[in-house]
Design a protein around this ligand. Structure first.
Ligand code: SF4
Length: 131
């Protein structure tokens, strides 16, 4: 069976010039910020500032973990995503989730700004911003 057609606007963090400076800081997680934009963020928001990773868009295919030369990302389990997986519900990227975790930029301070993750992410959930 083919992929479900995407309807409506598909968000891409990378196209949002207001990120990260005009986004709200909603909290912290393992030393990086949790950023949020009203009307844009839906459930989880964006983890990280230099390596902004939109959890609402991430489909957990893991390419960022594979390509990152400095091991910035960790898998962060989100068991409640299982229901969406079971139903094949498209997330904000327009694609269905592949796994019950998200790619967390747990060590964004180790980023060397090679942009491999940003380029390779199939749903453009990552935006690199050099300080
Ligand atoms: S830009 Fe490069 S070093 Fe930084 S998180 Fe992405 S893959 Fe890793």
């Amino acid at each position: 069976m083919g992929e479900a057609p995407v309807t409506g606007n598909v968000r891409k963090l990378i196209d949002d010039p207001s990120f990260p400076n005009q986004w709200q800081v909603k909290g912290e997680h393992l030393g990086h910020k949790l950023l949020w934009k009203d009307g844009e963020s839906k459930e989880y928001g964006v983890h990280g500032t230099m390596v902004g990773t939109d959890f609402d868009i991430c489909i957990a295919d893991g390419i960022c973990i594979t390509v990152c030369p400095t091991n910035v990302f960790d898998r962060m389990d989100i068991p409640s995503e299982q229901e969406k997986m079971d139903k094949g519900t498209p997330n904000d990227s327009g694609k269905a989730l592949l796994a019950i975790w998200k790619a967390d930029p747990a060590r964004e301070q180790d980023c060397i700004f090679c942009r491999a993750c940003e380029i390779q992410c199939p749903v453009q959930a990552i935006k690199i911003t050099e300080p």
